[in-house]
Design a protein around this ligand. Sequence first.
Ligand code: IFM
Length: 459
Amino acid sequence: MNTTASNDPDAETRLTFPDGFVWGSATSAFQIEGAAASDGKSPSIWDVFCRQEGAIADGSNGDVACDHYNRYADDVALIADLGLDAYRFSIAWSRVIPEGTGAVNAAGLDFYDRLTDALLDANVTPVPTLYHWDLPQALGARGGWLARDTAFAFAEYTDAVLERLGDRIDTWTTLNEPFVSANHGYVTGEHAPGHTSVAEGLTASHHLMLAHGLAGERIRSMAPDARLAIVINFTPLAPATESDADRIATHHRNNLENRWYSDPVGGLGYPADTVAHLEWDQAEVHDGDMALIAAPIDLLGINYYTREMVSDDDSYELPAGTPVNTMGWEIHPPTLGSLLREVDDRYDFPSILITENGAPMPDRIRKNGRIEDDDRLDYIRDHLVEVHRAIADGCPIEGYLVWSLFDNFEWAWGYAPRFGIVEVDFETQQRIPKKSAEWFSRAAITNGFTVPDRSPQRG
Ligand code: IFM
């Protein structure tokens, strides 16, 4: 796979990825579409949450965002110009079934129909996610993910989407990061709907997983040739000290954040000792639920950004000088490599796709009208080095999707964090590829890149 390295200190090694390795980018509906009330779309819980005083750092919302709803054709042309193989986007449930259940809004589906066809015409594989956090407010008002019925409503919505797009999609992704939906939405309150209850978080987590299981059943029956996937975020954790308290805290947080979703999908159930530790009586778990959730998937989507150190009393602070992004998350590429090997060893899913990886950076240096984001370029390249190593170690990794194609609405942080490989000027809606986009494009087109021989150590 590699050319041979030399002893020359300036020598470079070329990393070539396996034939067919998928290079792509990812976004989500609420973060880029805008058109919050167009063509019959109803408000989602995020439209409502953004209106709450103090919920979003800069007081912004998703009303316009990147105006992708109106600019999708140019955006697809840009993706194609970059030479990317795949584009991951999410579908807004509130465009498709504005009341959450019942009448299907054909005009809402038309948008995803046009987007899918534009991508296919441009030779870019569409990778849709059915749920990336924007629950219709009509369902929010009926209990949101605290209501078991919401999982059945999700299956009904899945039917409607599959009915329209099922003939053209190879891989269906059900949920994006159910941990974040349950935890940030129901436990910490930083995301919609802004609740703060551990008990509610557990209830929501199970209903989300049930929704995945029910939707998976619909996908299998309506599109038997398509692949079924779920996207889970992993933040590997280590104890800040060797104390028992820190080690125990790390163990339960790891179960709750990293294994709570992948273990049930992998047939291992919710981590039993943390269920006991939290005194969760599992009243929400009905007969048959866990089998539905454990129905085999074809592909696991992994989102990875950072690792964390855990101290029992939350006192740990990153040492001064630790490399971080503009949201304060540590930059540590080797952890992606160890995570990939660990997930593969633990679950043996048939295939893995990196569905998100990227970084918000200061984006201060501009030359010839373009942002020179060497820090983001290094971040992406160093993580891809880890992906390459994991593949060499036998992990079945089929591709890497960078988060994100565009600067966009970063949830409670608003528009300040800039994750895009393509800059968006939110005044003019002009899109300008950054230096990292040009690098990533070249890597995609040539299926690899060069690295200095002194590349980072293994994790
Ligand atoms: O922007 C989010 C995305 O919606 C889900 N994964 C993490 C990203 C960065 O925070």
